[in-house]
Design a protein around this ligand. Sequence first.
Ligand code: CUA
Length: 340
Amino acid sequence: MSRRGLLVAGAPTAFALAGCEGRQSALDPAGVQAERIADLWWLYVGVTGVIYVLVMLVILGAAARGRPGTFDPPETRPSARSERRRGLVVGAAVAVSAVVLLVLTVSEFLTGRAMAAMNRDPDPLTVRVTGRQWWWEVEYREGDPSQYLTTANEIHLPVGRVVQFELQSPDVIHSFWIPNLNGKTDLIPGRPTRATLRADREGTYWGRCAEFCGHQHANMRFVVVVESEDEFDAWLDAQRKPAAEPATEAEKRGRDVFLGTTCVMCHAIQGTGARGRIGPDLTHVASRPRIAAGTVPTTRGHLAGWVTDPHGIKPGVRMPANPLSPEELRSLLDYLESLK
Ligand code: CUA
């Protein structure tokens, strides 16, 4: 192959392989389910790749050989013997196609069965995820109901433990997808679904909505943190605590701003009178690395932009703009930043 040909064929392959690793890649599995899916994917790529090359070779061979025309002398036309040989070749190709399809079908069935085996785990960690337009409500239902906790757009998982996600949506269809850990599962209004997985490698991964669900579908992300059992328990304990009491005058004023404006209609902060359930629970909002379902990092500037003009960051979002005075905004930011 010429150098240019090598470049043309090699560059996409190199790009494709470079894209395999990462925090949002189905080809960099960090759990047993994703591993099975990746194995199946590579099998399909290998088999279909070989078939593609073979078909191309046959086509090129036929094109190079040419075809006898109607006016060519009779001795160049196929003899009865070569007609029979062609019949055999076609018959063999049909048989090979049938076997290949059977192998692919069986391997897909076996993958599905291996993945479903974990659904029978006797003691999974249960996490309820509700798809909202356009963010994720996450509830941990461990221990008795007083221990349940609610957070948003962030899922922590203990490494090596089977997790069962209960998935639901009140209005439109979403699809729950953590590429490094599992395939996609739809969230369907009126029909709760489940997804089971086990994360086997610590790290931080991206999850996404994988089903078009409206204006901000593309900005409906969540962070998945896979950590040791101890780190996970510490996180759970911290998240169960009510919000920190304001430590300064400014933070106290910020809390008054929060409780005295429309914020409380939609948001909850445990330990205060704010009990809204329409938007994300903000009890520990400052402990989350990103706001607006992964859209922007949790910095003071982005928080200010989000509070005063959410549509500037995420057009179509349900949250209204909040025209606050500069003093009110400063105090509110002080308070929100204290909610670790
Ligand atoms: Cu939710 Cu797309």
